[in-house]
Ligand binder design. Structure first.
Ligand SMILES: O=P(O)(O)OC[C@H]1O[C@H](OP(=O)(O)OP(=O)(O)O)[C@H](O)[C@@H]1O
Ligand SMILES: Nc1ncnc2[nH]cnc12
Length: 190
């Protein structure tokens, strides 16, 4: 059970306070020295989850987005309801070897390792306006790989949206260097 918070938290600062209260710090996961931001308490709280989806839906509307690309695995959990809520399609970017058929693949580094991510060749239409969506922006390695995959499909990444940006890891600066005109939209920063 979640810790109860006073009064209903629905908008703006109240919603942000609720999201923050529902993200748990787990020291030394998945390896020593990393403080892991665990969003499972937020997902278990319908108000926190629902208001986060609404905030992402506002971002979809502001950028005139036509498809949401979510990153395995936590980007799926957040991205799919945002796509449904806004009436547009959801496209999965999966870890290597999971998607059938021809895929584009990008290798990248993240805060605690290396990985490869893939998108199917025909997942996006040429010129389609895509929001790349994930739970956490840390070093920016994952986001950068996803943005490159959107471009390799011939589609247009119009923004990167994330629930929580870990500012001290420099992901925003790295994305700004690699994709100077791409807005980075964080619901929370720490
Ligand atoms: O900015 P970065 O340093 O690249 O880190 C951010 C990424 O790390 C986590 O994914 P992870 O690969 O742990 O996948 P998961 O969602 O399957 O747990 C998180 O969900 C982001 O995708
Ligand atoms: N500290 C962290 N917590 C949760 N997800 C992450 N992805 C990369 N770094 C992370």
């Amino acid at each position: 059970m979640s810790t109860p918070l006073p009064a209903a938290a629905r908008n703006g600062a109240d919603a942000a306070a609720l999201w923050r209260a529902r993200i748990r710090d787990v020291p030394d996961h998945p390896r020593p020295g990393v403080v892991f931001k665990d969003i499972t308490p937020l997902l278990a709280d319908a108000e926190a989850f629902g208001t986060a989806v609404e905030a992402f839906a506002d971002i979809v509307a502001r950028h005139d987005v036509q498809a949401v690309l979510g990153l395995e695995a936590r980007g799926f959990i957040l991205g799919a309801p945002v796509a449904l809520r806004t009436g547009i399609g959801f496209v999965p970017a999966r870890k290597a070897g999971k998607l059938p058929g021809p895929v584009h693949r990008e290798a990248y580094q993240l805060e605690y390792g290396t990985a490869e991510v893939e998108v199917q060749h025909d997942a996006l239409a040429p010129g389609q306006r895509v929001l790349v969506l994930d739970d956490v922006l840390a070093t920016g390695g994952t986001a950068g790989a996803a943005i490159r995959l959107v471009r390799r499909c011939g589609a247009e990444p119009v923004a990167f949206a994330v629930l929580l940006e870990l500012g001290f890891l420099g992901g925003r600066e790295r994305l700004a260097a690699d994709f100077p005109d791409l807005p980075v939209e964080a619901l929370l920063t720490s």
